[in-house]
Design a protein around this ligand. Structure first.
Ligand SMILES: [Zn+2]
Length: 402
């Protein structure tokens, strides 16, 4: 019995380790590593000196998904939840999105009154009409900034009566009500909203020449840009679960690159460019990814119907374990049908990561980073150990990755 349990335990352990992750761990590591070579001197010197760190830690954000509920939503955005391209209804700033899509209710006695929500917020208007009176939009944004923004994605929101009185002035008529806020943005994913925030932190770390932060934030932002470059990270049907294509996520972003990237992709993407408007840059990445969602799904669907059934899945070896995965020829047929899409999204990710590292460095005043010795504190080392151990435990417990 114990022996059987042990076998199950190890089988689960190894299968999970072998399980592909977004862009595979392989893809994220390659993207960060290759992005180093887009940088100009003297910045490239610093990144080259630390290329092993930048490569290895490209996957930390995926590991963190097992440690914090706030992490997962940073890796995707379900754009189709919000309508269709070009999603003009979706504010491009996080504050704008929270302003528009946070519902606020007053609960008093038996009554629940909706006070604020998507039908109230309008970018083109200075005065917003609510069920209980007009409010100035600037005042509303400041209310969101101070009350909602710091609490996004929390389960228990605290909004004080004072804040409501401040917002509505004389129109506020619920002094005894409990105020409830419902954040409708975060669950649908926030990757293009989160990227500017981490960019700001990276720029600051470079300016302060805080080398350990520069390294970990560079690795992190590379990961999130990598995710934003994947079509299936921009749709609710992220794993084909709505179209009976379960597993397409890993097929697209792990199986294909692992089989073909090193030998056949051209990763010469040119030198990094300075990006003037980074917010639009991040949005362009997710919008471009989203443009390909339909092809990614329908091409696989078509292929699965025409390709010989018994030649679609094979036992393949991964980390010394045999697992069931798409056969090499089936994988190649899917890649060919997409006509270089995986390669071009991966190339675009490499270039974008280089662009943003370079842009942060320029905005930080082009500090000389190479002359500072990289020294990890005991605290940093301990944190990394905890992260790795939580990640391993999460994997063993078989929690879903996506
Ligand atoms: Zn990720």
């Amino acid at each position: 019995m114990i022996k059987k349990l042990l076998i199950v335990f190890f089988a689960t352990f190894f299968l999970n380790v072998a399980n592909p992750n977004p862009w595979g761990f392989f893809g994220h590591r390659r993207i960060n590593r290759l992005a180093v070579f887009t940088l100009p001197p003297p910045l490239i010197g610093f990144f080259k000196n630390n290329i092993e760190y930048i490569t290895e830690h490209a996957v930390d954000p995926d590991k963190r998904r097992y440690a914090s509920k706030f992490e997962a939503i940073r890796h995707y955005i379900d754009l189709d939840h919000w309508g269709t391209l070009p999603f003009d209804n979706l504010p491009r700033t996080w504050l704008g999105a929270l302003s528009k899509f946070t519902d606020i209710y007053a609960v008093q006695n038996q009554d629940t009154i909706q006070i604020l929500g998507a039908d109230v917020f309008d970018y083109d208007k200075k005065i917003l009409k609510t069920p209980i009176g007009d409010i100035d939009k600037r005042r509303y944004k400041s209310f969101i900034y101070h009350n909602i923004f710091p609490q996004y994605y929390n389960e228990n929101w605290t909004i004080h009566q004072d804040s409501m009185r401040n917002l509505f002035e004389d129109n506020w008529k619920y002094p005894n009500a409990k105020i409830i806020a419902i954040d409708r943005i975060s669950d649908e994913g926030i990757v293009p909203y989160y990227l500017p925030r981490i960019e700001k932190r990276l720029t600051k770390a470079m300016r302060n020449r805080d080398i350990t932060d520069v390294l970990s934030l560079s690795a992190d932002i590379g990961h999130y840009i990598g995710d934003a470059s994947v079509p299936l990270h921009t749709t609710q049907n992220y794993n084909g679960q709505m179209t009976e294509q379960h597993g397409i996520h890993a097929f697209w972003e792990s199986r294909i690159p692992e089989l073909f990237a090193d030998d056949t992709y051209d990763f010469f993407v040119g030198g990094a460019n300075y990006i003037e408007d980074t917010k639009t840059f991040y949005w362009d990445i997710v919008l471009e990814s989203h443009r390909h969602v339909e092809d990614v799904l329908t091409f696989e669907k078509e292929l699965s119907k025409t390709f010989p059934q018994d030649q679609q899945y094979c036992q393949i070896e991964r980390n010394n374990v045999m697992i069931r995965s798409q056969c090499d020829n089936y994988t190649k047929a899917y890649q060919d049908k997409m006509d270089g899409l995986v390669e071009s999204r991966m190339r675009s990710a490499v270039k974008s990561v280089g662009d943003i590292w370079y842009t942060c460095w320029v905005n930080a005043g082009k500090p000389n980073l190479s002359e500072i010795e990289v020294k990890w504190s005991e605290d940093d080392i301990q944190k990394q150990k905890e992260l790795d151990s939580k990640y391993r435990k999460g994997k063993i417990n078989g929690r879903a990755h996506e």
